[in-house]
Write a protein that binds this ligand. Structure first.
Ligand code: NAD
Length: 480
C-alpha cells in the first residue's frame, strides 16, 4: 500500500510536488542511519504557498460542509488503509516503538473521522433582538488561511489535530512540519490529494530554517491564523510575531505533569498508569508524567512497585513488536536528560533502577528517589524516560507541590476517596486532569486538549478544536 517514496522528499505547494536543489537529511534515531533527503523550502516558497492558498481558499470555503466532510472521510479511510507504512515511517523518522506508531495512526485518523462527521453540522443561531422589526442570526465562517507549525513527537497526530478541523471548517492550511519528521507530513498531504482534497488546500513545506521560512507567513495579513504545537520558548516567540497582524492564535506548548499518589490509592493500578504515562514514546510527550509525588505512608511500597515495573520494560529496536521503550529522538535530547539526572544525583538523589545512557540515543528507564526540591528535573521538561519521586505529607502540601510549576497542561492523581478526587481535580491548575487514569486523552478526538499558564492558548479536539478555525459573524435584518 505504500506510495512512491519520492514524494516524501519533495515539498507540496503551489499546485504541485517540488523537488528542490536544497535538501536536508532525516536520520533514524534507532541506528543513526540516513532515511532520506527532504526538500528544504525557503521564504520564497512560503510566499508562493500563501498566494496559492489564497486562490484555494476562494473555492474551498464555498464547498458545502457535507461535501468537505466526504473528502475528510475518504482521507480518514486512506490513512487507515496505509496504517502500516505510515507507522513504519514514523518509527523510522523519530524512533517511537512501532506498536505506538500504529496506535498513533488510529489516533491521528480519529480526528479526521470526527471532523468529517461534524463538517456538515457547522451552523449558526437565531438571535432574538429587542426590536420587534428586527431579526438576528449568527453564521460560522472559516477563519481563512492557517499557518501550522508542528513538533516531531507525534508526526501524524499533531498534524491531523489541526488540519482536520481547519479543513472541515473551510479553512486552507500551510503546514511546516518538524525538521526531524517531515516525511510523515508529506505522506499525509499525498493521501489528502488522493482523497479528493483540492490543490493547495493543504500544502506541506518542510524546511531546515524555520525562522527564515516563517517570516513571510507571520508577516502576511492574508494568513489569518497561527496554530503551533511545540516548546513554550518558540511558542512565545511566534505569539509575539502574530501580534503584528492580529492573527488568531492556538498554542499547544510544553508541560511538566505532576502525579499525586495518595495513601488510599490502588498502588498496583497507580504504578501501572504511571508507567504508561511516563514511558510511552520514551517519555517524549507533552503530557508525560514528569514529577511523581507520593504520600509518605505508601512511598516505600509504591516506589518498589514503580521500580520493579520500570526495570521490567523492554528497551530496544523501535521497529520490533516487543519493544516498549526506544531511543530518544536526538543527541540534544539525550544530553538534556543526562544533565538533569546528573544534577539530581549530585543533589543527593538515588537511582533505584536505570540512570545511565547505554549507547546510541538510548537511555535506561529510570526511577530516582530522594530528589532534592531544587533539582532541575522538577522544574524543566525532561522529555525522557526518567521518573523522579518526591515524598509529601498532606493533601494541601501535595496540591501546592503539583501546582508549583510555570506549566499547566496535564496532571494526574491516584486516590479511592471520591471527595479527595474532586477536591484535587478542582485544585489542580491544569487543562487536563487524569483521576486514576494515566492516559486521559487516549482514543479521544472529541475531548478538549490544551493547557493553562505557560502551556498554551486554546484547545484542540471536539467542538472546542473546531471553534478555533471559525469566525462568528452576526447578521441583523430590519424588516422595515
Ligand atoms: P520546538 O518548539 O523546538 O519545535 C516545534 C516546531 O517549531 C518545529 O516545527 C520547529 O521547526 C518550529 N520552530 C522552531 N523555531 C521556530 C521559529 N523561530 N519560527 C518558526 N518555527 C520554529 O519543539 P519540538 O522539540 O519539536 O517539540 C517538543 C515540544 O513540543 C515540547 O516542549 C512538548 O511539550 C511540546 N508539545 C506540546 C504538545 C501539546 O499539545 N501541548 C504536544 C506535543 C509536543
Amino acid at each position: 500500500m505504500s506510495r512512491d517514496p519520492a514524494t516524501r522528499s519533495r515539498a507540496y505547494f503551489a499546485g504541485g510536488w517540488h523537488a528542490l536543489d536544497r535538501t536536508f537529511p532525516v536520520f533514524h534515531p534507532g541506528n543513526g542511519q540516513l532515511i532520506g533527503e527532504v526538500a528544504d523550502c525557503s521564504a520564497g516558497d512560503a510566499r508562493q504557498a500563501i498566494d496559492a492558498a489564497e486562490r484555494a481558499l476562494r473555492s474551498w470555503r464555498r464547498v458545502n460542509g457535507y461535501e468537505r466532510g466526504r473528502v475528510l472521510r475518504r482521507w480518514f479511510e486512506l490513512m487507515l488503509a496505509h496504517q502500516e507504512p505510515l507507522a513504519r515511517l514514523m518509527t523510522l523518522e523519530m524512533g517511537k516503538p512501532i506498536t505506538e506508531t500504529r496506535g498513533e495512526v488510529h489516533y491521528a485518523a480519529s480526528f479526521i473521522e470526527w471532523c468529517a462527521e461534524e463538517a456538515g453540522r457547522i451552523a449558526g443561531e437565531r438571535v432574538n433582538l429587542r426590536f420587534p422589526h428586527k431579526r438576528g442570526l449568527t453564521v460560522q465562517e472559516p477563519v481563512g488561511i492557517v499557518y501550522a507549525v508542528t513538533p516531531w513527537n507525534f508526526p501524524a497526530g499533531m498534524i491531523t489535530r489541526k488540519a482536520a478541523p481547519a479543513l472541515a471548517a473551510g479553512c486552507v492550511m500551510i503546514l511546516k512540519p518538524a525538521e526531524l519528521s517531515p516525511m510523515t507530513a508529506l505522506y499525509l498531504a499525498e493521501l489528502w490529494l488522493e482523497a479528493g482534497g483540492p490543490p493547495d488546500t493543504f500544502q506541506v513545506l518542510p524546511t531546515n530554517d524555520a525562522p527564515a521560512f516563517s517570516q513571510p507567513l507571520m508577516a502576511d495579513e492574508r494568513v489569518r491564523k497561527l496554530t503551533f504545537t511545540g516548546s513554550t520558548e518558540v511558542g512565545r516567540l511566534l505569539y509575539g510575531q502574530a501580534a503584528r497582524t492580529i492573527k488568531r492564535v492556538s498554542l499547544e506548548l510544553g508541560g511538566h505533569a505532576p502525579v499525586l499518589v495518595f495513601d488510599d490509592a490502588d498502588l498496583e493500578g497507580a504504578a501501572r498508569e504511571v508507567i504508561a504515562s511516563k514511558f510511552r514514546n520514551a517519555g517524549q510527550t507533552c503530557v508525560c508524567t514528569n514529577r511523581v509525588y507520593v504520600q509518605r505512608g505508601v512511598t516505600e511500597a509504591f516506589t518498589r512497585l514503580l521500580t520493579e515495573k520500570t526495570a521490567a520494560l523492554t528497551v530496544g529496536d523501535p521497529l520490533l513488536d516487543g519493544t516498549q521503550v526506544g531511543p530518544v529522538v536526538e543527541q540534544a535530547g539525550l544530553d538534556k536528560i543526562q544533565a538533569q539526572v546528573q544534577d539530581a544525583l549530585a543533589r543527593g538523589a538515588r537511582a533505584t533502577t536505570g540512570g545511565q545512557a547505554t549507547g546510541g540515543l538510548y537511555f535506561q528507564p529510570t526511577v530516582l528517589t530522594d530528589v532534592h526540591p531544587d533539582s532541575v528535573i522538577l522544574r524543566e521538561e525532561t522529555f525522557g524516560p526518567v521518573a523522579p519521586v518526591v515524598v509529601f505529607d498532606t493533601e494541601e502540601e501535595g496540591l501546592a507541590l503539583a501546582n508549583a510549576s510555570e506549566f499547566g497542561l496535564a496532571a494526574y492523581a491516584y486516590t479511592r476517596d471520591l471527595g479527595r478526587a474532586f477536591r484535587v481535580a478542582e485544585g489542580l491548575e491544569y487543562g487536563i486532569v487524569g483521576l486514576n487514569d494515566g492516559l486521559p486523552s487516549a482514543n479521544a478526538p472529541h475531548i478538549p486538549f490544551g493547557g493553562m499558564k505557560n502551556s498554551g492558548v486554546g484547545r484542540e479536539g471536539g467542538h472546542w478544536g473546531l471553534d478555533e478555525y471559525l469566525e462568528t459573524k452576526f447578521i441583523s435584518l430590519s424588516l422595515v
